[in-house]
Structure formats: C-alpha cells, structure tokens
Design a protein around this ligand. Structure first.
Ligand code: ATP
Ligand code: MG
Length: 223
C-alpha cells in the first residue's frame, strides 16, 4: 500500500488561562494514496483539530506528521505555505473565501498564486457540476452559504492537489446538491489519484467512503 500521509502518536492540548483541553490523545493513522476516508465522531471529539494538524495548518503538541515520508515539522512557515498550496486542497467549516474577489477569481486563486494556468475544460466541468456557471462574476457577499460552500469546493478541486481535506463540505447544502457535490469530489479524486479526507456527521455520506475513521475524545476507536 502506497502511504501518502502518516501520523505518529499525535497529541494536541489547547491551553487557555483557566482550562486545559486534551483535544487529541495519541493518534496513529496512515492514509493510502487515492483513497477516500471519512472521519466521524461527536461534536468536540477532535475531528477539526485532527484535520488542521494533518494538513499542516496547526502543529501537534507532541508527535509527528509525515507527508510522503517527510516530517512536516521540518518545513519553515514560508515553505509550508507553498507546499500546502501546491499539494493540498481545503474545504473548511468556514469557507475562507476572499470578499474582494468574485467567484471565478476565488476559484482560480490557488492555481494563479502558483503561477499555473487553470485547465479550462476542467474549470468548466467544475462550474457546471456545482451550478456556478452563472455566478462567476458575483462577489462573496452576494452568495448564500451553500453557494459559498460550492465555491470553496470548486477552488479545492481545480488545482488537482494530492490530498483534499474537507471539513463538513456538504453541511450547508440540500440533500440533492450535497450528493452531486460529493460525487464530483469523489470522481475528481479517482481521476487524479487524489486522497480525500472528509469530516462528516452524515452517516449516509460516510458510508460512501472507503474507510471510516471514528474519533472519540481525541482517540481513534475504529478505522
Ligand atoms: N483553538 C482552541 N482553543 C481551545 N480549545 C479548542 C480550540 N479548538 C478546539 N478546541 C477544543 O478541542 C476539542 C476538539 O475540538 P474540535 O473543533 O476538534 O472538535 P470537532 O470534533 O471538530 O467538533 P465539531 O463536530 O463540533 O466541529 C473541543 O473540546 C474544543 O472545545
Ligand atoms: Mg469541527
């Protein structure tokens, strides 16, 4: 099995002036290239914390994350930013769209930052599947929550990253749109050999994945 991402005994403690929260308590996971993983668990179990650490957005308190065998903690902040832009796609619980950009500019932003040109045919497929063809010139403030979510998904797919991290990517969408969106994510992932790691509370969606990882109080209880 070709492992793209691996963790070694990850711990994460959040410390504020009054309380200490042990969000992750010794996580050992290995993700195979091209597979679709669903991460499930109750609210507060540590799913988003895990995703932030797997994607190098946040550092663990203890333990290591290896991407293609390379220890992520060895990257400087600047190198990490470039690395993430080039190899990773993100759909987060908050969409992180740029207000001053229109839909098309937001979707193309990571590819442009990387001095690459978007693939026009692929861009068209993405816009069409996600129902964004007639929204391209709209600004973020003019979009509904569901539309913003679809823009964030389109942006994560266009740059054909090696891994896509998605935190409740279909949470704001109606059932039909959620499934179409998920199908696009899965098809894109299969076509480009991408690994998909998705947090969801929807068991129907989780069952579409190849591996379900269940988190309970910051520990993996199955997966
Ligand atoms: N920045 C932070 N500072 C302090 N505590 C935090 C922080 N982020 C998360 N936590 C705590 O860590 C624990 C895990 O949070 P996390 O956001 O990972 O849960 P989750 O499984 O994603 O929940 P949800 O399903 O509600 O999104 C929770 O107890 C949460 O309160
Ligand atoms: Mg969360």
């Amino acid at each position: 099995m070709d492992i793209i991402l691996r963790t070694e005994n990850i711990w994460k403690t959040y410390e504020t002036s009054s309380v200490k929260v042990n969000a992750l308590n010794g996580i050992d996971l290995a993700f195979a290239k091209g597979k679709f993983y669903a991460v499930i668990g109750r609210s507060g179990s540590g799913k988003s914390t895990l995703l932030n650490i797997l994607s190098g957005l946040d550092a663990p308190t203890k333990g290591k994350v290896y991407f293609e065998g390379k220890d992520l903690s060895e990257y400087s902040d600047g190198k990490m930013a470039i690395f993430r832009r080039r190899h990773m796609g993100f759909v987060f619980q908050q969409y992180n769209l740029i207000e001053e950009y229109n839909v098309l500019e937001n979707i193309c932003m990571p590819v442009k930052l990387d001095q690459r040109k978007p693939d026009p045919e692929f861009l068209h497929t993405i816009l069409k599947t996600l129902g964004l063809l007639d929204k391209q010139k709209k600004y973020v403030g003019e979009l509904s929550g569901g539309e913003q979510q679809r823009v964030a998904i389109a942006r994560s797919i266009l740059s054909k990253p090696k891994i896509i991290f998605a935190d409740e990517p279909t949470g704001n969408l109606d059932k039909k749109t959620a499934f179409e969106t998920l199908k696009l994510l899965m098809e894109s992932a299969k076509k480009f050999g991408q690994t998909l790691i998705m947090v969801t509370h929807d068991l129907e969606i989780a069952r579409m994945s190849e591996v379900i990882i269940t988190i309970e109080d910051g520990r993996v209880v199955s997966g």
